[in-house]
Design a protein around this ligand. Structure first.
Ligand SMILES: [Zn+2]
Length: 409
């Protein structure tokens, strides 16, 4: 064996077990593995699970707060305007350095699978993509990072973006992104979604979009995205992020849209850092900018959660990239009060995210890839309650971080 984790406590089952790893794979799971290994890791009865998955972050934007004015209104539109100013000054090296720092944070917190958006538009061209691609290469032994080409400025209201999107996918973006709500009129939002599916079909890619990141009950891009996914036959290869307008719909229309989301086997990512800007135009009571999490789960939809932003024009002060912190926020926002719901919350940070990234070899089973974490807690509930340190992070069968620090590159 290359590595044996001793006395690990799994989420299910009493008693402690050993996990034997060779060639990057889990070779054995048993109460006591007699074999020896090049490296042994004593989990000492702590919770040991598959590693965290971050399905939605913007690695090109992170750590740019302070480079521009602060968002005086706290409104989404002002954040977009601030980021326009900031990204004009991007260089490949600048983006690569910031993205690398945050990938290190993520890995320290136990994240080894990442999907990051990168802006693709006529302001940055492909600079953000090239920067995050460079960071991915620097960190390739620490985590798997997939990139989503993201036309944040819209496609039809930013002429030239369609060609840049094609070039982005040819140049290394793994997933076709979208921001249909950025368009000036609904017919252009529909064309935006159609463009994304045409590009996805041409290059055989998944599609993941920001949809209806708004409190506007008239927003319709989740509905349009689900219908387009069904028509394109892209079932299970589509992910809708935010979908906050869903919470503003009346219950009948919301039920109709959620049934289409389920039919498309569309994943949904909820981003609780959005609490900072949810209902920003409301007096009281104030909407929170969180989609219908429990109802989507009850409808059988695969829901994960993500960090979204860290210290940029959208969220200048906060953000650590720690899924336990983000999950803690979500538990309160979505009112996950029971012990059983906290298990669901942990699924949303792990296996549900892996399903979005379509990683069948993810999980703590023999034959699966050895991407594991040891959390200094006896249970998932205690991990969230105490925001427990990550004692060790294993990626591809190697210990890559201990106590939050990278130990291997
Ligand atoms: Zn986002």
């Amino acid at each position: 064996m290359d590595l044996i984790i001793r006395d690990a406590r799994l989420r299910q089952g009493d008693g402690l077990i050993d996990i034997g790893i060779a060639g990057g794979r889990i070779e054995a799971i048993a109460p006591r593995i007699a074999a020896t290994a090049v490296e042994e890791l004593d989990a000492a009865g702590h919770l040991t699970t598959p590693s965290f998955v971050e399905p939605h972050i913007h690695l090109d934007k992170v750590l740019t707060a302070g480079r521009a004015r602060e968002n005086a209104t706290n409104a989404f539109e002002e954040a977009i305007a601030i980021m326009r100013e900031v990204k004009r000054a991007y260089t490949v090296e600048d983006v690569a350095d910031r993205a690398t720092r945050v990938i290190h944070w993520l890995v320290g917190h136990g994240v080894t699978l990442v999907r990051s958006y990168v802006d693709v538009d006529t302001i940055v061209g492909l600079t953000a993509l090239e920067g995050v691609l460079a960071a991915r290469e620097r960190c390739r032994r620490l985590a798997d990072v997939e990139l989503i080409a993201f036309p944040q400025e819209g496609i039809w209201c930013d002429p030239g973006t369609d060609e840049l999107m094609r070039r982005a996918v040819e140049s290394g973006a793994d997933v076709v992104g979208g921001m249909p709500f950025a368009e000036m009129i609904e017919s252009d939002s529909d064309r935006h979604i159609d463009f994304a599916f045409a590009l996805a079909r041409r290059f055989d890619r998944d599609v993941q979009m920001h949809v209806d990141e708004s409190d506007d009950p008239g927003a319709r891009t989740l509905h349009a995205f689900a219908v387009a996914a069904i028509k394109a036959g892209w079932h299970g290869r589509v992910t809708a992020d935010h979908a906050t307008a869903l919470a503003a719909y009346d219950d009948n229309y919301a039920a109709r849209v959620m049934s289409l989301v389920a039919r498309a086997r569309m994943n949904v990512v909820v981003l609780p850092t959005k609490l900072m800007r949810g209902g920003v135009r409301d007096k009281e009571p104030r909407r929170r900018g969180i989609t219908r999490v429990k109802e989507l789960l009850a409808a059988g939809v695969n829901v994960a959660y993500g960090q979204d932003v860290i210290q940029d024009g959208f969220l200048p002060v906060f953000g650590t990239g720690d899924p336990l912190q983000v999950g803690f926020l979500l538990a309160f926002a979505a009112q996950f009060s029971s012990r059983a719901s906290i298990e669901t919350l942990y699924d949303m940070a792990t296996v549900n995210g892996a399903r979005i990234m379509r990683r069948p070899d993810y999980g703590l089973e023999v034959g699966r890839r050895a991407d594991l974490i040891v959390v200094a807690a006896p249970s998932v509930q205690e991990a969230y309650r105490t925001q427990a340190p990550r004692l060790a992070v294993v990626h591809d069968g190697r210990v890559v971080a201990r106590n939050g620090r990278i130990v291997s590159d």
